[in-house]
Design a protein around this ligand. Structure first.
Ligand SMILES: CC(C)(COP(=O)(O)OP(=O)(O)OC[C@H]1O[C@@H](n2cnc3c(N)ncnc32)[C@H](O)[C@@H]1OP(=O)(O)O)[C@@H](O)C(=O)NCCC(=O)NCCS
Length: 177
């Protein structure tokens, strides 16, 4: 098995993170993400500031998975963005991406397990939620294996290539973990 490690992102990861996301969004056929390739084009400086802001919110987490000869290539990412209102500060929205050549090797599971450990320890967060395209079997399987529960369907919520696909809403509750 190939070696990788997971750690919290630092501003210097911005260019590698942008490269990862652009490669994923350019995949053909498209992978299970609602973003189109031209809808993700942040400036590295702006992304570095965003990464820096995550821990400052007190209820958000930005992880990267790293590999390569010098262990510096960003091969996966996970964001948990906590709500900003008093009514939803306990909720974080999760997004996870792994480079194509690294899929099915446990990187996604390692990122999610680290995020759930954070959610378990974290004093504010009690719920982590996500949305996934109904046809994204690999992601659905992974989320269920990690303890996320299917909570509902947003029917025809995602328009891609002229087809409107359903999205599944899933949630993890600290009290059930
Ligand atoms: C979804 C994603 C994050 C998962 O990461 P990963 O590193 O491949 O995940 P893991 O290797 O930890 O686990 C994958 C699981 O899916 C299973 N799997 C693989 N292909 C599958 C398929 N076609 N149908 C069902 N399950 C599948 C694997 O067997 C594995 O489960 P197991 O360990 O119980 O056997 C990654 O594939 C990815 O980035 N995909 C493109 C972007 C995306 O879809 N992001 C999620 C948006 S909601």
């Amino acid at each position: 098995m190939n070696d990788f490690r997971v750690r919290e992102a630092v501003p210097g990861d911005a260019p590698g993170y942008i490269r990862l996301m652009k490669a994923i969004l350019r995949e053909n056929p498209p992978v299970g993400t609602p973003y189109a390739a031209d809808e993700f084009d942040p400036a590295p400086g702006a992304m570095a500031e965003r990464i820096e802001d995550y821990p400052l919110t007190g209820n958000s987490l930005f992880l990267v998975a790293l590999a390569g000869e010098r262990g510096e290539q960003v091969i996966g990412s996970l964001t948990c963005r906590g709500g900003s209102l008093r009514s939803d500060r306990h909720v974080a929205e999760l997004g996870v991406y792994v480079a194509r050549e690294w899929r099915n090797q446990g990187v996604g599971a390692a990122l999610i397990q680290r995020a759930l450990a954070w959610g378990t320890e974290q004093p504010i967060i009690t719920r982590i939620e996500l949305e996934v395209l109904a046809g994204n079997d690999r992601a659905l399987r992974l989320y269920e294996r990690c303890g996320f529960v299917r909570e509902g369907v947003r029917r025809r919520a995602c328009q891609r290539g002229g087809i409107a696909e359903d999205m599944i809403l899933m949630g993890w509750l600290k009290e059930e973990s």
